[in-house]
Design a protein around this ligand. Structure first.
Ligand SMILES: *[C@@H]1O[C@H](CO)[C@@H](O)[C@H](O)[C@H]1NC(C)=O
Ligand SMILES: *[C@@H]1O[C@H](CO)[C@@H](O)[C@H](O)[C@H]1NC(C)=O
Ligand SMILES: *[C@@H]1O[C@H](CO)[C@@H](O)[C@H](O)[C@H]1NC(C)=O
Ligand SMILES: *[C@@H]1O[C@H](CO)[C@@H](O)[C@H](O)[C@H]1NC(C)=O
Ligand SMILES: *[C@@H]1O[C@H](CO)[C@@H](O)[C@H](O)[C@H]1NC(C)=O
Ligand SMILES: *[C@@H]1O[C@H](CO)[C@@H](O)[C@H](O)[C@H]1NC(C)=O
Ligand SMILES: *[C@@H]1O[C@H](CO)[C@@H](O)[C@H](O)[C@H]1NC(C)=O
Ligand SMILES: *[C@@H]1O[C@H](CO)[C@@H](O)[C@H](O)[C@H]1NC(C)=O
Length: 412
């Protein structure tokens, strides 16, 4: 009898510990990688298409398999004061790189949050109606560079603002660093402190990849880079991550007219050469049929690109919100593999990270962590594209060129 009780107890407690968090299909969430956890926040779901404030994390400190129960824990109670949203940007920043900054727009009002000490949220409303498409933390965690498009009275302005994270009270510097006359997509911080914006809209409604706009956080200048190699086909809703050996991998994206996945779902930009060089991986195994092509996030953990949620087209060609996580093992440059099992730190070594970083980068305190992070981007940003198609149409008819206002801005 007592044996039975013990058995029952053990079973019961295990049931509590491993009790799975029920994932629901979502799109437009954010993903932030910190302390061996990927924190997911918000997003649209079928039931809440104006957004949610769901908050949960995937534990990547231990092995897991996509076919089994995922090590996901619910943190919704910790986000109950966060406004529901379906488009926002997030980054890990602050002097210790230990805080999730969430910058989101909620029905004309903007809110900036930070998740302090992993336990509490701090929030300030921001009197702006801009739609941010990327947030990048600099190397030392002092500044966050947010890029986006204005709305309302600022409707035709593209801008970058800088948040100073070192103020005791979270504070947004109220200066526009630059006004850039182009719509830019996913942002990647390179080890030398430059931010590469992967994808730009010129005169059509889709992101093009031949020219890469680069903002240098060291001196506040913009440059254009005409890349070489095989330019990815135009798209929207792609994501980008940076590997430890200096390759930017873009994943996903929908074609412009009918919004189907573009044929070249994966492309690689080598940032070790000048100019950067595009290529397509020579070998990639077949993607799962439920792999998303938009609205997902991509986070690099060691050699795994973790692709979460987003949307795909099912066999009857309807768009479905995915409640799944997928992974690509990118350890072999010319042989990317969709895999199901995750092993922490796979073939990743600290050495490979430091050899590809500049001397200066390795000396700064947050640098090693940043290298491990690689980067997370969401497809959220590009939701705005759909919203703004009509606006762009209108804009195209005009020949207005926005004069760069900051002294360093060039036509990028
Ligand atoms: C939710 O969080 C509050 C404050 O952190 C705490 O007091 C409360 O017990 C939590 N509720 C649950 C159900 O965890
Ligand atoms: C952090 O980097 C910025 C440049 O990106 C620099 O202006 C600032 O002084 C640095 N702060 C610290 C504390 O190193
Ligand atoms: C950022 O905040 C710190 C601390 O208040 C301050 O020393 C620094 O000058 C600020 N940076 C800018 C660019 O305002
Ligand atoms: C970029 O380079 C290609 C050749 O690689 C050239 O055809 C094209 O004109 C260049 N574009 C610009 C804007 O310089
Ligand atoms: C660009 O990448 C392709 C494929 O890896 C390679 O064949 C080519 O030599 C590279 N070009 C440059 C200029 O590095
Ligand atoms: C595809 O998704 C649509 C919308 O959710 C659904 O009605 C349809 O049954 C799905 N088709 C298949 C084959 O599952
Ligand atoms: C990877 O290795 C580093 C250094 O040994 C360790 O700090 C980190 O927790 C590991 N990450 C994972 C996901 O296991
Ligand atoms: C490192 O920093 C020094 C001075 O701050 C600068 O002159 C040098 O160009 C930097 N090196 C690299 C590789 O960024």
């Amino acid at each position: 009898m007592s044996r039975y009780s013990i058995f029952f107890f053990v079973f019961f407690s295990q049931l509590i510990i491993t009790s799975p968090y029920t994932l629901v299909g979502r799109s437009g969430h954010t993903a932030s990688y910190m302390d061996n956890k990927i924190y997911f926040l918000g997003g649209y779901t079928e039931k809440y298409f104006s957004g949610t404030n769901d908050f949960f994390y995937l534990d990547v400190s231990k092995p897991f398999n996509l076919d089994s129960t995922l090590p996901i824990s619910d943190l919704s109670n910790d986000s109950r004061y966060v406004n529901a949203y379906g488009k926002g940007v997030s980054t890990i920043c602050g002097p210790n790189k230990d805080t999730i900054f969430l910058i989101c727009e909620v029905s004309e009002k903007q809110f900036y949050y930070r998740f302090i000490n992993k336990k509490e949220w701090d929030m300030i409303p921001f009197p702006s109606t801009n739609q941010w498409t990327s947030a990048v933390c600099n190397k030392n965690g002092t500044y966050i560079y947010i890029y986006g498009r204005g709305s309302g009275v600022n409707n035709d302005k593209y801008m970058m603002k800088i948040i100073n994270t070192t103020k005791t009270n979270w504070y947004l510097e109220s200066y526009d660093s630059n006004i850039v006359p182009k719509y830019l997509a996913s942002a990647i911080l390179l080890p030398d402190g430059r931010i590469a914006y992967i994808g730009e809209i010129i005169n059509d409604f889709r992101f093009n990849f031949r020219n890469i706009c680069i903002y240098d956080t060291n001196d506040g200048t913009w440059i254009n880079m005409n890349t070489s190699g095989i330019e990815p086909s135009p798209r929207y809703f792609h994501t980008a991550v940076l590997t430890q050996d200096g390759l930017i991998i873009i994943y996903g994206g929908g074609s412009v007219r009918r919004y189907y996945p573009v044929p070249d779902q994966i492309s690689v930009l080598d940032t070790n050469v000048n100019p950067f060089n595009w290529s397509t991986p020579s070998k990639v195994n077949t993607a799962p049929s439920s792999a998303p092509f938009g609205g997902h996030t991509a986070t690099l953990v060691g050699n795994y690109m973790i692709i979460a949620f987003g949307h795909y087209r099912n066999t009857t060609h309807d768009i479905v919100y995915s409640d799944q996580i997928h992974m690509i093992d990118v350890s072999e440059k010319n042989n990317y593999k969709w895999v199901k099992s995750f092993t922490p730190n796979n073939t990743y070594t600290i050495e490979s990270a430091s050899t590809t970083e500049s001397e200066n980068a390795t000396k700064s305190p947050g640098a090693a962590h940043a290298a491990i992070i690689g980067g997370t981007t969401g497809g959220i940003a590009t939701i705005i594209i759909i919203v703004s198609v009509s606006y762009l149409l209108y804009r195209r008819k005009r020949t207005v060129i926005y004069a760069p206002q900051a002294k360093h801005a060039i036509n990028c």
